[in-house]
Design a protein around this ligand. Sequence first.
Ligand SMILES: NC(=O)c1ccc[n+]([C@@H]2O[C@H](COP(=O)([O-])OP(=O)(O)OC[C@H]3O[C@@H](n4cnc5c(N)ncnc54)[C@H](O)[C@@H]3O)[C@@H](O)[C@H]2O)c1
Length: 266
Amino acid sequence: MTQLLGKTAIVTGAAQGIGRGIALVLAQDGADIAIADVDEPRARETAGEIAALGRKALAVRCDLIDQRSLQAMVDRVLAEFGKIDILVNNAGVYGAAGWQREERWRSADWDATFQVNVRGTVFCSEAVAPHMIGRRAGKIVNIGSSASREASPLSPHYHASKAGLLMYTQCLALQLAPYDINVNCVCPAMVWTQMQIDISNWRYEVKGEQAASPRSIFEERMRKRCPLGRDTTPEDIGWAVSFLASDRARNMTGQALHVDGGAVMR
Ligand SMILES: NC(=O)c1ccc[n+]([C@@H]2O[C@H](COP(=O)([O-])OP(=O)(O)OC[C@H]3O[C@@H](n4cnc5c(N)ncnc54)[C@H](O)[C@@H]3O)[C@@H](O)[C@H]2O)c1
């Protein structure tokens, strides 16, 4: 595919997991990619994989909770690439450092999820928007979750943050529509990344769920929630992001596209 040939994209949190999958698909579809992540060594590894596909790749260390770090990242990408066509706000957390050992959610977990999942997306979008407004062109894709629309008794802080992210997506879509900038959300569920490995280990070890292994907890949840009954992969999410970042989605804005094996239908 070459639908993104000549485009440049920033993907936050692309050092691993879903973000890495998105970055690779966008590169396969023709885009040059900047990987913005707090984990610089792993971000460099993803950049190496993208360069091997024949695209320009830049790894930039950046912490979404620090507005100055975000602005410096955007300035660096503009200096290296000259323009930004696509912003993918993917980086997210399930709690503050060490949440995997805690029985109950702490105020630090509420703070971390809102700081990274919501405020990080706001600040990153605000750092890129003036450039896109100046060009009267751009695509912003936020990574929400089935949690954006489904309640949970287990992790209300995370679900509330992802619901907030979806509402912000729709507010930003209204703000930027006059400049022909599209803002949408892709909502995954059940992707076997480090985040899901941590959640499954936590349910098994800390919450004491009865199962043969953490992976079997994941598979049982998937069997109950997803009619299609198979793992969603990072590439599945990348394909949806690539579509929303392309001109084929030029008349979509403020939407949530659920890529989750049918877990959420609305
Ligand atoms: N895995 C799933 O099943 C699933 C389901 C629904 C939604 N999501 C969402 O998809 C996105 C990616 O999740 P994942 O499963 O790949 O998670 P992951 O934990 O495997 O990867 C997250 C990436 O974000 C980076 N990151 C975290 N905090 C950061 C910060 N402050 N600044 C910069 N980078 C930061 C990490 O270094 C890492 O590279 C998240 O927004 C997550 O909420 C995941």
